[in-house]
Ligand binder design. Structure first.
Ligand SMILES: [Cu+2]
Length: 152
């Protein structure tokens, strides 16, 4: 017998997967953390296959107490990363989150992210949609360069 609560959860998963069929992630990965690292970042291509512009307004993960949307901008001739309020994905468009550009920043992680594991990520959109995605952890070759501007 299925308990009422799990049945409700199943209905919710069905409802959200139908509603979210138009948003797709590919090449998603989270940066493996060095033993002394305090933060990590998630990169991905976010595709919007719908005929409506979509606005990513926040992200969350059970592995991190604080998750922010970040971008890079010039400040006094230096490329610095900063929090952004949202990330727009135009209708039938794609936005690439990548090192040195837009990314999802993880703070206050409960444990170190290691290559070979995967973490749950939820993307929250302005229209109320929530996209769930399982993100593999990978070693990033240019991690040294990334870390230099990731000291918050
Ligand atoms: Cu960042």
């Amino acid at each position: 017998m299925i308990k009422a609560s799990s049945f409700t959860a199943l209905l919710f998963i069905f409802a959200s997967s139908f509603a979210n069929a138009h948003i797709m992630l590919d090449q998603a990965y989270a940066r493996e953390m060095a033993p002394n690292a305090k933060t990590s970042a998630i990169f991905a291509n976010i595709h919007n296959h719908s005929d409506d512009d979509r606005l990513l307004v926040s992200a969350s993960s059970p592995r991190a107490d604080r998750v922010e949307l970040h971008g890079h901008s010039m400040q006094n001739g230096m490329m610095k990363m900063r929090k952004v309020e949202n990330i727009a994905i135009a209708k039938n468009g794609v936005v690439s989150l990548k090192p040195g550009g837009l990314h999802i920043m993880l703070f206050d992680l409960k444990s170190r992210l290691k290559e070979g594991e995967s973490i749950d990520l939820s993307l929250h959109f302005a229209n109320g949609d929530v996209i769930e995605h399982l993100v593999p952890v990978k070693t990033v070759m240019n991690g040294m360069a990334m870390d230099s501007d990731h000291k918050h």
